[in-house]
Design a protein around this ligand. Sequence first.
Ligand SMILES: *Cc1c(COP(=O)(O)O)cnc(C)c1O
Length: 498
Amino acid sequence: MPSPHDRETASATEADRRPAAASTLRTLPAVHRLLAHPAVQEAARGAGAAWAAESARRVLDEERRRRLEGAPPRALDQLAAATAARVAAVARPSLRRVINATGVVLHTNLGRAPLPAEAVASVAEVAGAYSTLEYDLATGGRGSRLDHVRSLLRRVTGAEDALVVNNNAAAVYLVLAVLAAGREVVVSRGQLVEIGGSFRIPEILAASGARLVEVGTTNKTRLADYEAAIGPETALLLRVHTSNYRIVGFTASVPLEDLVALGRRHGLPVVDDVGSGLLFPPPAGPGRPLAGEPSVQASLAAGADLVTFSGDKLLGGPQAGIIVGRAELVARLRRHPLMRALRCDKLVLAALEATLRLYLDPAEAYRRVPVLAMLSRSPDELARVARRLAARLRRALGPRARVTVAPGDSQAGGGSLPEVPWPTTLVGLTVPGVAVADLAAALRQGEPPVIGRIHDDVLWLDPRTLLPGDDRELVRAAARAVDRLTDAARGDPAPAAP
Ligand SMILES: *Cc1c(COP(=O)(O)O)cnc(C)c1O
């Protein structure tokens, strides 16, 4: 608000400006001219004419306001670029590929396991076509969607039978709802886990209609504790792998073999939720710490009646929940009406079948399943990749950025092996005069988005989780991000508020 003594000056300026503003409004292009501009035409191709027209009107409204306030008029090309940007924002997918430079192999927020190339090809083949999802080519009659993975799962795990649902939470839920609703399930207090913030054993049990009978204490549970809890209402004994934490120190837990023997004596099934779905123990080499995860085969060999696990953790396939074990129990699960609600679709089955096929040769699986290959990369190889990435970044960014190389640790993630450090070599990035959070944001908002880790005011990039070809794209994305940041730092200061 001008004060009374400068009213005269103020109104003189406004009087000068108004006719000028009105005349620049006359040069404002019409909506149809903006829509005919090649940049807008190009952007509108994926977004539809209605949205393009709406975007053009919004940009022109804004331009009208700016001109009335005395801002210099923007040329048609600039207005078209603003319109195209608006249109493109809608056309751009929300679920996008990112470059994972965090070093967390099974990053739940970044979609857990990247699929093997064979699985991607298989999905592409059935996705846009008809398929044998529930069709038997031999008889011309109806088939079962589960058959595509059933025999592979039997062969690979050695189990009598197998079933696949949407995820492991659904697998545990189905087992409990079908085998234990209205009855009791005995679980050690040391295994009442929460995984990923929303999967909690006591809650999934309650939802299934089964009653939880907790035995032992957080750190110690003995066979006698289980034995004392068994009664006429007991439906099954449940063991849950404490995937994302370890109880160390003064501890005792019951080996699966002993739990199985107890179950047999009382005629009760033993269900083992192993979570991560490691099928085969790792070969000697840098992937050896994976041996710390319970394998599905070991669980079956110990005599578990049913074993449940995820498809997209260490198995390295699509999101799925897999149940393997005794044929008569699996048959009860398969026949239950809940199965229809929890079944998975053809894309998942295509990806899972192709992934499981790689496991017919376990050594091959450790080379071709990306999560297993990433966890098997040697520290020497990672150091070489890190040094090469650092050299490329230095060449691309020049003196504007500082690029360092330092030893560090990756993580398996996905609640697997939380206490195991996976030695790696990290590439550190800083841009003088730019806050590290702004640098991380610029990389996140680039194309493709690059996600790293911030530690000690440095943005760290871990080569372990880079997929083939990611490094070149990462360097280009980093160069563009640093361009934007240093342009912004050099650019004119924002106009002061009136
Ligand atoms: C991860 C995990 C689950 C949940 O599996 P989802 O596939 O994420 O549903 C259940 N139990 C255990 C032991 C797990 O590790």
